[in-house]
Design a protein around this ligand. Structure first.
Ligand SMILES: [Zn+2]
Ligand SMILES: [Zn+2]
Length: 76
């Protein structure tokens, strides 16, 4: 499953167009990342689809490319 365009648009607006990541495993930011989200940002499932995470806005996190890579390396 994937987020609908509408959900992604809402996530982007909620995020203020900036990365919402607050992971400590990211070495390029402390606190919230706030990197500007360009066209290639990722709508990340907070609870993985494999773990029955829904495609809802509350389960959607707007992440920059760097942070999204970290979620793939370390999980959450
Ligand atoms: Zn980020
Ligand atoms: Zn991050």
């Amino acid at each position: 499953m994937a987020f609908s365009q509408e959900t992604k648009d809402k996530a982007y607006i909620r995020a203020g167009g900036k990365c919402e990541c607050t992971r400590k495993v990211c070495s390029h930011h402390t606190g919230r990342c706030n990197a500007r989200l360009a066209n290639d940002w990722h709508a990340h499932h907070i609870t993985a689809v494999a773990s029955d995470g829904p495609d809802s806005l509350s389960n959607c996190e707007a992440l920059c490319i760097k942070c999204h890579k970290n979620t793939q390396s370390y999980g959450r």
